[in-house]
Ligand binder design. Structure first.
Ligand code: PMP
Length: 362
């Protein structure tokens, strides 16, 4: 780049988001437990749709996503006109900032919240404001204390990544009701389907004008590689977001597979059941090895070690054993490893390796 060509001053302050690697040099039998993916992948319906897709490669996809929105509306009992679909929920989270925040505005996120939130705020030139949590749980009072007349967006993941903790519906409603009038509460429900009976905040969206819920097909639907997410909000907000998004943001293949996946409720139920069972097993196995974790509502657990050095050493040991987990120092949790709940053999393997590590095998 010539020295006369310069990005916007704030851009070079943005940290590069680093996705999880899936390979380790010199090891063939690698298990990746670092990106909260569904270990069983997508269901049969989605796999078949993927194989059928690809006939209309010369045709542009529809811009209104009506088939997918109808399927989502049907499965989740929502109004299709208030649904917006995007390239992962990342896109919906980003569109919200592009449309509603800019220089001089503030965007609130929580201490151990998803690292994309401050990145998004910086991209649009707004000021990211980090709010402390209370023992790894989102603190509504602390968020409200940080709000002012510049606050435009408040991002809260419920369940939260990487803590796995959740706040109750009453607390979420209290937050929505007490925000300044110009602020939107963005309820990030990437892990909502892992919580039996939880609507991800849909009822709150129906009842309020200042709440948007975001969801994804990357987690329980097992489609992280295809990049599909969606949002649900007041009609006026969804209208604004549709003006900002790229008209052809989702390909024909994405739309076809997503529609089939959403209709495959059996796969969601089975994945949730396996996750609930193996998450409890894994948490208990680690506790027996002297590694505690908070009760997780999602598809990962946050394993706590005695020190940052110990967590880093365990991360390295697991890697030497072909196990990729996530050291979450960039989330302000350097003493912790976030471990995705894999299938049964992956859970046994990671628990065994942590037992060896704690027993002195380093
Ligand atoms: N929100 C949270 C809390 C997440 O953990 C993730 C994925 N890591 C996302 C949103 C984004 O997911 P996607 O863009 O794949 O839908």
């Amino acid at each position: 780049m010539s020295d006369r060509i310069e990005p916007q001053p704030r851009i070079m302050e943005i940290k590069l988001y680093k996705g999880g690697a899936s390979k380790i040099d010199g090891i063939n039998d690698v298990v990746k437990l670092s990106s909260n993916e569904n270990p069983y992948g997508p269901g049969e319906g989605a796999r078949e749709a993927y194989l059928r897709a690809g006939h209309d490669l010369h045709r542009y996809p529809p811009t209104d996503h009506s088939g997918l929105r109808q399927a989502l509306a049907q499965e989740y009992a929502l109004d299709p006109d208030r649904i917006i679909c995007g390239v992962g929920s990342d896109e919906i989270l980003t569109l919200l900032a592009q449309a509603f925040a800019g220089p001089g505005d503030e965007v609130i996120y929580t201490e151990h919240g998803f690292t994309l939130y401050p990145i998004i705020a910086n991209i649009v030139g707004a000021t990211p404001v980090k709010v402390q949590e209370h023992e790894r749980v989102v603190d509504v009072d602390a968020i409200l204390a940080a709000c002012n007349d510049k606050t435009r967006l408040v991002y809260v993941a419920n369940p939260n990544n990487p803590t796995g903790t959740m706040i109750g519906a009453n607390e979420v409603a209290r937050l929505a009701d007490s925000l300044p009038p110009q602020a939107i509460l963005v309820l990030d429900g990437a892990y909502a389907e892992y919580v039996e009976g939880y609507d991800g905040g849909a009822a709150l969206v129906e009842a309020r004008q200042n709440v948007v819920m975001t969801r994804t097909l990357s987690k329980i639907y097992g489609l992280g590689g295809l990049r599909i997410g969606w949002g649900y909000g007041p009609a006026a907000i969804v209208d604004v977001l549709n003006r900002v998004r790229q008209p052809f943001n989702l390909s024909n293949t994405q739309l076809m597979v997503a529609e089939a996946a959403v209709k495959d409720t059996a796969h969601v139920i089975k994945s949730r059941e396996n996750n609930t069972r193996l998450r409890a097993w894994l948490a208990e196995a680690l506790a027996e090895h002297g590694v505690p974790s908070d009760t997780s509502c999602a598809n990962f657990i946050l394993a706590r070690f005695g020190s940052e050095d110990e967590a880093a050493a365990c991360d390295a040991y697991l890697k030497s054993q072909g196990l990729i987990v996530r050291l979450v120092s960039d989330y302000g949790l350097g003493r912790c490893l976030r471990i995705t709940v894999g299938d049964e053999s992956a859970c046994r393997r990671v628990a065994h390796a942590i037992g060896q590590f704690k027993g002195g095998a380093r």
